[in-house]
Design a protein around this ligand. Structure first.
Ligand SMILES: *Cc1c(COP(=O)(O)O)cnc(C)c1O
Length: 366
């Protein structure tokens, strides 16, 4: 149950926070968890061992390096940028928050493209940023390029999620470039799921020519580190400087820095699993598409999840949880996503289970 906030406490809260409720990820312990886009295969055994060895060496009596120096240098080398172009955060979420702290605020506008990750709007409003919506096409979730470019011309922040969560589609890099050129503010390409997309989908090559572009990555999804909370952002030294100025100095703890260093240096070991998730994605999409006669529709995805529409999705989601112990994410009450669920691509056995459970539930209603 969500925690309650009393009227007396609300009365003294920051006005932009008064109507908020504590975040409820609707997590119920389930046998099969396909709700949070985690890597359900887990870390390769040899990397896991090396992480354990590294953690055993960490001294927790000293504060961490504020800018995660060693990890920062490794990430810079990986992505072919200078360390000054990298900032590491306590999950990508912290870096998103810092982006709004540094570039949002009253009198500033953020361009959002819903339906998308709800955190952008939440953080924007929390720091009194005006949110300007450029709604996606309800059929294929594409963004109208001219409408977006027009909306960006006086924005402080434009957020382009590619692949988008929860719709799974990419933003063309040519459009990212156009927006960077039109926008006086910062343009964020959120590539939290970039590892699952076709080569050439990333906006990263645009960094050198567009100093107002920032690209967000996380170790939470492809790299099995959701619980350790490590994300990073690439950008120009100046924008990274602005983000460094507003951040909490010790937000990335010594244990997470040490674990992330091992994961980044052994990142090639994750490639077989990432390839497996991509091939399972098409197998799962095929399985769900075979339920078309029951009213199921699946959208194409470049991420590690699928957006699926089906009759009475909210009820299906509850039955999956209560009768099959399978957890998926319910978006059925999100504007533009009527009757939609988001299913994380899991192991072959998990994917088979979710297809057969949905099939059973929907057939029963016939
Ligand atoms: C998961 C996610 C992130 C960041 O996740 P962290 O776990 O905080 O690193 C950022 N953007 C999108 C769209 C995501 O889905």
């Amino acid at each position: 149950m969500a925690q309650q906030i009393s009227q007396a406490v609300r009365a003294v809260m920051r006005p932009s926070a008064v109507s908020l409720e504590p975040y409820d990820p609707s997590f119920s312990p389930c046998r099969v968890n396909l709700s949070a886009n985690e890597n359900t295969y887990g870390m390769p055994a040899e990397v896991r061992d090396h992480v354990s060895q590294a953690l055993a060496q960490v001294a927790t009596n000293r504060y961490p390096k504020p800018m995660s120096d060693e990890l920062r240098a490794q990430i810079a080398e990986w992505h072919g940028v200078m360390p000054e172009q990298v900032i590491v955060g306590n999950g990508g979420d912290e870096l998103l928050f810092n982006l709004f702290l540094a570039f949002g605020g009253s009198g500033h506008t953020m361009v959002d493209c819903p339906p998308t990750f709800s955190v952008y709007r939440l953080y924007a409003e929390l720091v009194e940023t005006t949110v300007r919506d450029v709604r996606r096409n309800p059929e294929d979730f594409s963004i109208d390029p001219d409408e977006l470019v027009k909306a960006a011309t006086d924005a402080s922040i434009v957020v382009l999620t590619s692949p988008n969560n929860p719709t799974g589609n990419l933003v063309p890099t040519e459009l990212v470039a156009r927006v960077c050129e039109a926008c006086p503010g910062v343009v964020l390409a959120d590539e939290a799921y970039g590892e699952f997309s076709a080569a050439g989908s990333s906006a990263e090559p645009l960094l050198s020519g567009h100093p107002n572009l920032v690209v967000l990555h996380t170790l939470s999804k492809a790299y099995c580190m959701a619980g350790a909370r490590v994300g990073y952002l690439l950008g120009s030294p100046s924008v990274i400087g602005a983000l460094s100025a507003v951040r909490q100095p010790y937000s990335v703890n010594v244990l997470s820095q040490a674990a992330a260093s091992v994961v980044v240096s052994e990142r090639e070991a994750f490639e077989p699993t990432i390839a497996r998730i991509v091939s399972e994605r098409s197998r799962l999409a095929g399985g769900l598409s075979s339920l078309e006669r029951l009213g199921v529709r699946v959208w194409p995805s470049e991420a590690n999840f699928l957006l699926v529409r089906m009759p009475d999705a909210h009820r299906v989601r509850c039955l999956l949880r209560d009768e099959h112990s399978i957890l998926v994410r319910d978006f059925s009450s999100t504007p533009g996503l009527r009757d939609c669920l988001r299913v994380t691509v899991g192991t072959p056995a998990e994917n088979d289970e979710v297809v057969s459970a949905i099939s059973q539930i929907l057939s029963r209603e016939d």
